[in-house]
Design a protein around this ligand. Structure first.
Ligand SMILES: Nc1ncnc2c1ncn2[C@@H]1O[C@H](COP(=O)(O)OP(=O)(O)O)[C@@H](O)[C@H]1O
Ligand SMILES: [Mg+2]
Length: 249
């Protein structure tokens, strides 16, 4: 693990309805430069964890720290200026705006950043360069994810939170999306990615956590976790089935 912890949640308890916690003591860490995956079945609380970090779910106890600074419960506006980027699973672009306007929205709090950041962001996603005037609503699902990620990157975040960027995409587009995430990480951005697609996520992640009923049940290096029989048996039924199919073919 990297020495410097960029983002840490410590024993988070959080939920939507009074008296009902969805997160039941969730502790995860993202080191500087790390690509960390949170995997777990549907309903495990993956999105809730990201929303709690991003101040969109009531935190009842526990804390969130960014480079050691307590950011528990801060609102989205503050978090963005402090260096937390968030790409929700859906509705993550403005469909009626062009790609360029979406990128401008990414830095609406600091418009001057646009000129400083645009070349680097377009360098990560060169496909967008010629299409800046195209409306985001006319793009494919995979392209929208690219715009959404770019929008978040415009603020030069210390950590990027991604909620299931591969959801709803065809297998080829999923592969492209995972490669994009890995590329963004290699460019130096620490990433916390939440994914139901455990196998593909763990292939690109340095480390992963398996989230079970709002607790981080297991943690380990991406590939170790992927091959841990206990993890496979308990939480990654689809992965086990995949491996079985691969063995037979
Ligand atoms: N807005 C909400 N209000 C009440 N309960 C919610 C809300 N969003 C999610 N939940 C509940 O929280 C639990 C975890 O959901 P979620 O974090 O979306 O899981 P995941 O992203 O792992 O699929 C589920 O039981 C879900 O029904
Ligand atoms: Mg979710």
């Amino acid at each position: 693990m990297a020495d410097e912890i960029v983002l840490r949640t410590d024993a988070l308890h959080a939920g939507y309805l009074p008296g009902i916690n969805i997160l039941n003591g969730c502790t995860v860490e993202v080191g500087k430069g790390e690509l960390v995956g949170i995997i777990g079945p549907n309903g495990a609380g993956k999105s809730t964890l990201l929303k709690a970090i991003f101040g969109q779910v009531n935190i009842r106890s526990g804390s969130v720290t960014l480079r050691g600074e307590d950011i528990t419960g801060l609102g989205a506006d503050k978090l963005v200026t402090k260096g937390v980027g968030f790409v929700p699973q859906t509705n993550n672009v403005f469909p009626s705006l062009t790609i360029q306007e979406n990128l401008e929205m990414g830095v609406f709090q600091r418009p001057k950043l646009y000129d400083q950041r645009i070349d680097e962001v377009l360098g990560l996603f060169p496909e967008m360069k010629k299409r800046l005037k195209q409306r985001a609503g006319s793009l494919s699902g995979g392209e929208r994810q690219m715009v959404a990620m770019s929008r978040a990157l415009m603020m030069d975040p210390s950590v990027l939170l991604l909620d299931e960027p591969s959801a709803g995409l065809s297998p080829v587009r999923q592969d492209e999306t995972f490669l994009n995430v890995a590329r963004v990480n290699r460019a130096g951005v620490s990433v916390l990615i939440v994914e139901q697609n455990a196998r593909r996520a763990l292939q690109i992640c340095h480390r992963g956590y398996v989230l079970d009923q709002g607790r981080d049940a297991y943690t380990g290096r991406g590939r170790e976790l992927m091959n841990d029989p206990k993890v496979i048996e308990l939480y990654l039924g689809t992965l086990a089935a995949d491996q079985e199919a691969a063995r037979k073919s």
